[in-house]
Design a protein around this ligand. Sequence first.
Ligand SMILES: *[C@@H]1O[C@H](CO)[C@@H](O)[C@H](O)[C@H]1NC(C)=O
Ligand SMILES: *[C@@H]1O[C@H](CO)[C@@H](O)[C@H](O)[C@H]1NC(C)=O
Ligand SMILES: *[C@@H]1O[C@H](CO)[C@@H](O)[C@H](O)[C@H]1NC(C)=O
Ligand SMILES: *[C@@H]1O[C@H](CO)[C@@H](O)[C@H](O)[C@H]1NC(C)=O
Ligand SMILES: *[C@@H]1O[C@H](CO)[C@@H](O)[C@H](O)[C@H]1NC(C)=O
Ligand SMILES: *[C@@H]1O[C@H](CO)[C@@H](O)[C@H](O)[C@H]1NC(C)=O
Ligand SMILES: *[C@@H]1O[C@H](CO)[C@@H](O)[C@H](O)[C@H]1NC(C)=O
Length: 508
Amino acid sequence: MSKSMILLASFAVAAYAAGPAIVPAEFKSNQTLLPAYISLSYELSGFPSFAGTKSSPNQYSVNLLQNIAKYQGDMPRARVGGNSQDRAIYDATLQTPTASRCSADPLAIQCIGPSFFDSYGAFPSTKYSHGFNEAWNNASGLSTLEATVPLACKAIGPDQLETWEFGNEPDLFIGKWRPNNWNETHYVAEWQNGTKKIFELFQQHCPELATPVKFNFMAPSVSSPGSKLKPVTIFNNGEDTENIIKQISVHNYITGVNSPGVTLQNSLMNHASTVNSINNHVNTAKSLATIPGLEKVPYIQGEENSLYGGGRAGLSNVYGSALWVLDYVLQAASTGVIKRLHFHQSLGASYSAWYPVGVNATTNPTYYGKLAAAVFMGKSEERYVLPLPDAVNSSFESAYAGYDAKTGRLNRLAVINMNEFNSTQAANTRESKTYEFMVPSSTWKVERLTAPGADVTTGVTFGGYAYEYATLGKPEAVVRRTEVLAVVGARTLKVTVPASEAAILTRL
Ligand SMILES: *[C@@H]1O[C@H](CO)[C@@H](O)[C@H](O)[C@H]1NC(C)=O
Ligand SMILES: *[C@@H]1O[C@H](CO)[C@@H](O)[C@H](O)[C@H]1NC(C)=O
Ligand SMILES: *[C@@H]1O[C@H](CO)[C@@H](O)[C@H](O)[C@H]1NC(C)=O
Ligand SMILES: *[C@@H]1O[C@H](CO)[C@@H](O)[C@H](O)[C@H]1NC(C)=O
Ligand SMILES: *[C@@H]1O[C@H](CO)[C@@H](O)[C@H](O)[C@H]1NC(C)=O
Ligand SMILES: *[C@@H]1O[C@H](CO)[C@@H](O)[C@H](O)[C@H]1NC(C)=O
Ligand SMILES: *[C@@H]1O[C@H](CO)[C@@H](O)[C@H](O)[C@H]1NC(C)=O
């Protein structure tokens, strides 16, 4: 946000605290986001189930992804990695894509076989990043690198490549795969040594990818901005001396599944908690941008979600978390410096947006939060987002304006009323609030993200549509109603939103 905008915003608070929030009719920022703002990260071990194979894709997953692509103009990027990336040992004799044991290494707890790589290309028009194992310091790990680089580079190829990754959350190697005194200097030396080896393997097996443009990484993929391996120290120690880092990736979770005091209202349906979590990244991103050579390297969250440890049933898999997803995306986008998000997906994890296969195949509420966010964002590379703190009264609510980056014109509004309402409460006790915005004379289409209560795992709709497994993720009309609002009186737009509901407004 530019300095003049900050001044304008604080002026609005002072002068109009009791009235409708002033929404600038035009806004321009100097910060451009990456395309596919809403992207995904797949735990490597579960990726084959989410994706299927190139010759037999998981059509349910493809449909769900294409719904998002329809709005954001781009398929979510597929980052394949996570904890299992650093456990993955390759076994050429495996008949399945993954296994928990294999003959290549009797001590391995995660194995992958040749058919693992058949999953790349299953999602159409999608760019992928594959994460190589860094944690090994044994013979089977070295053979894994030597065997999987050729397989990955051939399976992904130049057209589907987003970037590569070497190591996931290396800060958590300390005291586990690495000694307690392992620090940024050791990490940087190891990362550079490993990526050099990967480059040599590319030269041998995929020379078309061993070029300055195509050979690049997301890194350092530490678990949080406050990681034991400090991102700023990592880069000050020369991580990117070869200029091969395409995206600075730092992971984020709001808190853990077993953290004291974690509840929907305290931790997720809570704008202050979301802002606080995101601000740690903004500070890190800004510090990194002052390091010579990093000024133009985009900062992303290559893996993020609600609660680390897979999410918690009753919190991460309920509709209240869909409101969190929406608030999280819009707040992160409004910073301008967090250029893309990868929501993490893992088989059976309650924070996954959907379960892709088997008897439990289902669309989780958080999928709907991503869809609502995609409708607000449109093409993220053409979107500026401005938070509207004057429009709301408490940290259980948030509001945003969206601008077309090309013209600076206001064309989206969002209101997220995160006051917790449970489906177990009487429906007639669900309180609504009316939010007022001062905008130019205009009419707006309203699409609501709603469900019977914050606690439900099913029955969610966005814009009156469901996207469930029964229709293989294709839209099914549930509520047939087109809602249009117009500015009345003194340029005021009034939007009424019940507790635990959000509205996305698109200017007509
Ligand atoms: C954008 O503008 C702000 C405020 O003028 C400035 O601090 C920041 O460095 C600029 N960022 C870029 C990427 O130009
Ligand atoms: C080799 O390293 C991997 C970690 O990537 C580990 O899971 C496996 O147990 C190790 N194998 C041996 C023989 O130490
Ligand atoms: C890491 O530890 C080594 C000693 O093993 C030391 O020389 C180096 O300065 C340390 N690096 C950092 C960033 O603290
Ligand atoms: C450097 O990479 C080689 C493989 O190319 C590996 O054998 C060696 O253990 C690595 N050394 C360090 C310090 O990471
Ligand atoms: C389905 O969900 C149930 C309940 O969470 C779980 O016990 C079971 O293992 C799951 N089945 C599969 C195939 O994932
Ligand atoms: C909704 O239900 C959850 C779980 O039982 C409970 O912790 C929370 O306090 C309830 N919220 C309201 C507003 O009643
Ligand atoms: C904020 O609180 C004031 C005073 O309690 C009330 O008049 C107003 O309607 C509230 N606004 C919203 C958006 O809830």
